[in-house]
Design a protein around this ligand. Sequence first.
Ligand SMILES: Cc1cc2nc3c(=O)[nH]c(=O)nc-3n(C[C@H](O)[C@H](O)[C@H](O)COP(=O)(O)OP(=O)(O)OC[C@H]3O[C@@H](n4cnc5c(N)ncnc54)[C@H](O)[C@@H]3O)c2cc1C
Length: 380
Amino acid sequence: MDFNLSKEEQLIQKTAREFAQKVIDPAAAEIDKTNLMPSSIMEGLSELGIFGIPLPEEYGGGGAGYLSYILALEQLSRACSGVGMIISVNVVGLSVINAFGTPEQKEKYLPPGIKGTEILSFAFTEPGTGSDPKQLTTTVRKDGDHFIINGTKRFISNAGYKGPMIIIAREEESGKASAFIIDKFCPGYSLSEPWDKIGAHGGALYDVYLNNVRIPAVNLLGESGHGLWALKIAMVYGKIGLTGLFLGSCLAAWEEALSYARSKTHRGEAIAAKFQHIQTALADIAMKYDAAKWYAYHLGFAADHYKDPMQLVKEAALTKVYVAETAIDIARIAMGVHGSYGVMRDYKIARLWGDVILGPQVEGTAPLLKILAAGIILNH
Ligand SMILES: Cc1cc2nc3c(=O)[nH]c(=O)nc-3n(C[C@H](O)[C@H](O)[C@H](O)COP(=O)(O)OP(=O)(O)OC[C@H]3O[C@@H](n4cnc5c(N)ncnc54)[C@H](O)[C@@H]3O)c2cc1C
């Protein structure tokens, strides 16, 4: 076993950290307040090639694999979860098109998404369900050499950016779910106001209204009736991204606790040096961060080297659950280190609470992911 990062992985990690420190950190409090992502951050990410780290080089991607992707997301999300959310969902869309797209679809959609001049979305969730594909109500019907899509998609990330959106919809005739690519802001596409979610600000969520959206038949993604395969792949890559994102929250909470404990004094002495329970809190955080980090990095390695796809599905589900729940644990301990300052929104640790608390709900709730993993453990 080799736990060392390669030179390339170290460089990606360092580049992401430096960008986060220089460009994202100074803007993070404002992003949290306004829920808006400055275009300078999007442009900077594009220049660094962050949007396409794991995607193939032939389409302009970094070809650097999913471990590098997690390393970068950790550092960027340490500064701002919203940045991690935008990148993660974009990579979901790119990875699904890369897995199922025709050569023409890849040629058309991958290069701009990898460059970040277009930002992809993936739309499964609806007002009725975010967990059960059988309850999908968005419909699609054939109309000559076109499809017509109608329905409402809920909580959709990146829906306000131009670019492609992958829609999972039910075929009216067969009742089967299929995947389609639409261009956001096409005729029939409209958005709600952004949801007022409690964390991951800057990564706005919208409801998407699809009213007789007409797309050419060539925009079917993968085979007709195979929409749930697209969903499965999306969920795996989504969990890899969210693992990197919430590992970044673990790191942020760890750094906040350490720096606060070193700088806050009690009768002239730093609380880190003076109080043993502060020291055990820091040790607890260090232990939890290390466990989450190695679990997360292993998922990146597994995604780059997997042989059995079902094992990757299981590992992605459990790692995401573990890292997201650990982020809550670490943030809670770190808030305790801050005392009452920990619940003041002027302090980063308080803002982080809003980020971490949503972790177990996104991309499949934690209980459902455990049920999914248990099914694979018992049946494979
Ligand atoms: C920040 C953020 C970003 C998101 N981005 C996107 C996006 O880009 N695209 C997208 O499609 N969605 C997105 N979502 C939606 C998200 O993925 C879903 O909300 C999530 O999967 C849970 O679905 P739900 O809220 O409808 O819960 P439900 O499915 O309604 O579940 C409600 C409760 O019932 C439980 N439950 C449901 N079914 C079962 C079952 N069969 N057995 C046992 N328990 C069950 C769940 O565990 C949960 O506790 C996003 C959500 C957030 C918060």
